[in-house]
Design a protein around this ligand. Structure first.
Ligand SMILES: *Cc1c(COP(=O)(O)O)cnc(C)c1O
Length: 405
């Protein structure tokens, strides 16, 4: 499937690649091929099992090479969430052994990280959540200042899933190395989209998820630097060198490796292409009065655009855009039954009312220039339309309340 698909008379524009990506042809073909030809259990000793084992180990070698790791440092998981959980729990267990029960992270991590940290707090860990600056970036010197004698882990995401800001990972990693503290990064939004070298960037543990780089859902991996003792969070058989029980999803893992190889080979050309489109989107949406880009305009993913529009609600914006064939996302977690605005937008200092009117567009390289112009035109129309009957907007215009943006 391509990002732009005919659906009746509408052309559907998919602009929510941060939520998930369509699988690439090469990933689908690999998956089907392995499902047909390698159904064996990689733990079985006869030839059919050993063939599946070979497919698995080839995928491990491929994934490792693409991030500058060695195959023994790759553990396959069911996705980004599991990798985050396992990395953090492992560091916590090592911390318990050495009497260190303090963790440094940020306020705008993915919930897979934040909720795991919440759980650890109940078990007696102390967690420092660093503030994120207005531009959506963490300052390395603040990470350094937060590290204490009893810090067992620093976990900071590589690129934010909502506002796309890319953190100074290399510098943070260097600080952690110097202070001899484990450094984990949730790189789910970055792997396959940015060039990553775990060695050069001083990363000890790194999470990734296949469905964010045109691979299948339900598969991911955790990179763990040699010498760091991983704890298993799923008990059972001795798969993944005893660190992750359960028969491996051989086809999914092979498809993940194929997808990663494919996208990493295209990073440079995709980036050039995406940057032009992203910057045009930003320029176009900035023309909407009382709007603002969320997050730094330079240190951000080439695919990410995130705006706040004063006086409207993100949910209505999304529904009306969907009517126009545009699939996007809003920061507010109304789907989860709460009307709380995004914790990421609050973390960068947006007030509640402003954070409610947010829109995330995460584009892919196969959107055309016409698609981009259509998105700009549609968002302008929908924002104006919604403001037309918004009491919040009326109060702002009449001077009863003050504009913030
Ligand atoms: C999607 C995402 C996850 C979760 O990955 P799954 O494979 O869906 O479990 C974790 N962190 C970030 C930053 C993500 O974008």
């Amino acid at each position: 499937m391509s990002a732009t698909e005919k659906k009746g008379e509408y052309s559907v524009i998919y602009a929510d690649n941060a939520a998930t990506t369509p699988m690439s042809e090469v990933a689908i073909n690999t998956m089907v091929k392995v499902m047909k030809e390698n159904f064996g259990n990689p733990s079985s000793l006869y030839s059919i099992g050993q063939k599946a084992k070979e497919v698995l180990e080839e995928a491990r070698e491929e994934v490792a090479a693409l991030i500058g790791a060695s195959p023994k440092e790759i553990y396959f998981t069911s996705g980004g969430s599991e990798a985050d959980n396992q990395a953090i729990i492992s560091a916590a267990n090592l911390g318990i052994k050495s009497g260190k029960k303090h963790i440094v992270s940020t306020a705008f991590e993915h919930h897979a990280v934040l909720h795991t940290l919440e759980k650890l707090k109940k078990e007696g860990f102390e967690v420092t959540l660093l503030d994120v600056h207005e531009n959506g970036l963490v300052a390395p010197e603040e990470v350094a200042a937060a590290i204490r004698e009893d810090t067992c882990l620093v976990t900071i995401m590589y690129a934010n899933n909502e506002i796309g800001t890319i953190q100074p990972i290399r510098e943070i990693g260097k600080i952690c190395r110097e202070k001899k503290v484990l450094f984990h990064t949730d790189a789910v939004q970055a792997v396959g989209h940015l060039h990553i070298d775990v060695e050069a960037e001083n990363i000890d543990m790194m999470s990734a998820s296949a469905h964010k780089f045109h691979g299948p859902k339900g598969v991911g991996f955790l990179y763990v630097k040699k010498g760091i003792k991983l704890s298993n969070i799923i008990e059972g058989g001795a798969q993944e060198r005893g660190k992750r029980a359960g028969t491996e999803d051989v086809a999914g893992i092979a498809a993940m490796a194929a997808a990663l190889k494919d996208v990493v080979g295209k990073i440079d050309s995709n980036t050039d292409n995406l940057l032009k489109k992203r910057n045009r989107l930003i320029e176009g949406l900035k023309e909407i009065p009382h709007s603002a880009l969320n997050g730094d305009s330079e240190s951000r993913l080439p695919s990410n655009v995130n705006f706040c529009f004063e006086g409207i609600e993100g949910e209505s914006l999304l529904l009306l855009l969907d009517d126009k064939g545009i699939q996007a996302s809003s920061g507010s977690a109304c789907t989860s039954g709460s009307l709380d605005p995004s914790h990421v937008l609050l973390a960068i200092g947006r007030v509640h009312d402003v954070a409610h009117g947010s829109l995330r567009l995460s584009i892919s390289e196969d959107l055309s220039d016409q698609d981009i112009e259509y998105i700009i035109k549609s968002v302008k129309e929908v924002v104006e339309y919604l403001r037309g009957f918004s009491p919040v907007w009326r109060d702002l215009v009449n001077g009863k309340t003050q504009f913030i943006l």
